[in-house]
Design a protein around this ligand. Structure first.
Ligand SMILES: Cc1cc2nc3c(=O)[nH]c(=O)nc-3n(C[C@H](O)[C@H](O)[C@H](O)COP(=O)(O)OP(=O)(O)OC[C@H]3O[C@@H](n4cnc5c(N)ncnc54)[C@H](O)[C@@H]3O)c2cc1C
Length: 244
């Protein structure tokens, strides 16, 4: 999969801090913007989010371009409703081939991989046969599997992102959406490190695992890893290995 942060609110942390000052300051937001002190602004963000007043971080919005994830993954993704999505259409795109995602556990099992690839090949042939018979792509696509690759553009504000990371960076989430969430997290850390300094699975901000009997049992490793993330692309391997 490929994940790229393609646009975001300019000066996201200044925007959030100035919004936060607005609620408690006799000076107006224009004065706050024109006389901004980044150090105080960072403190303000930490204070206000520490109190749980998360509405101020809704002013910062982030847009991601995502390529090569499965339809299984995008189906899980679009359950997150406080977001905007635009997904590659299987109605309007006539596919030449069936590009698909192979789950790692199938990839590592020679026999399972053979059965999987044969099935994908057969589905691709059936799709093509239906197209050749004059069936429109919107109907021929009914044979496409959950594994079919898709592209999607996602826009979320920082508040929804923190919620999304809380659920989807968690080791209880499926490996693919977890990788997507982790890649998105590494991207936003680069442009808004203070807003996202405690981002990650819910245990990172809570300090304990709220999953009860479903806990992964790796609290210490998970906390250590997420607390020390800098937003470097290569950190994705460390995040992936937590799920091994
Ligand atoms: C590990 C895991 C397993 C899952 N398994 C299943 C499953 O088996 N079956 C299944 O159907 N789903 C499953 N889900 C999906 C899950 O139930 C949620 O639909 C998904 O995670 C989106 O979460 P959300 O509703 O909190 O978030 P969002 O839609 O992103 O909403 C964010 C927050 O906004 C508020 N909000 C949004 N809409 C409303 C509303 N209409 N009314 C009131 N408040 C609202 C809520 O506080 C919500 O938490 C699973 C998710 C995870 C992480």
């Amino acid at each position: 999969m490929r994940v790229k942060l393609i646009s975001w609110t300019p000066n996201p942390e200044k925007t959030v801090a100035v919004s936060a000052y607005t609620s408690i300051s006799s000076k107006g937001p224009i004065w706050r913007w024109d006389n901004y002190d980044p150090e105080n602004g960072e403190k303000m963000i930490r204070n206000v989010t520490g109190y749980g007043h998360h509405s101020v971080i809704e002013h910062a919005t982030f847009t991601f371009a995502v390529e090569g994830v499965s339809r299984a993954c995008t189906h899980q993704l679009v359950r997150h409703r406080i977001a905007s999505y635009t997904q590659q259409s299987q109605r309007y795109v006539k596919f030449k081939d069936l590009d698909y995602v192979t789950p790692p556990k199938i990839e590592r099992n020679e026999e399972a991989k053979k059965v999987f690839d044969e099935t994908m090949k057969k589905l691709a042939e059936t799709y093509q046969k239906l197209i050749d018979l004059g069936i429109p792509p919107e109907d021929a696509r009914f044979v496409f599997p959950n594994a079919a690759k898709s592209n999607i553009v996602i826009t979320m504000n920082a508040r929804e992102l923190l919620h999304f990371f809380g659920l989807r960076c968690c080791l209880r989430a499926q490996w693919e959406i977890r990788e997507l969430a982790n890649r998105m997290l590494l991207e936003v850390k680069k442009v808004a490190p203070v807003i996202f300094e405690n981002a990650g699975p819910r245990c990172v901000s809570l300090g304990f695992c709220p999953e009860g009997k479903f806990t992964c049992g790796k609290l210490k490793d998970v906390l250590e890893t997420y607390k020390n993330l800098e937003g470097r692309a290569e950190e994705i391997e460390k995040l992936k290995s937590l799920g091994d």
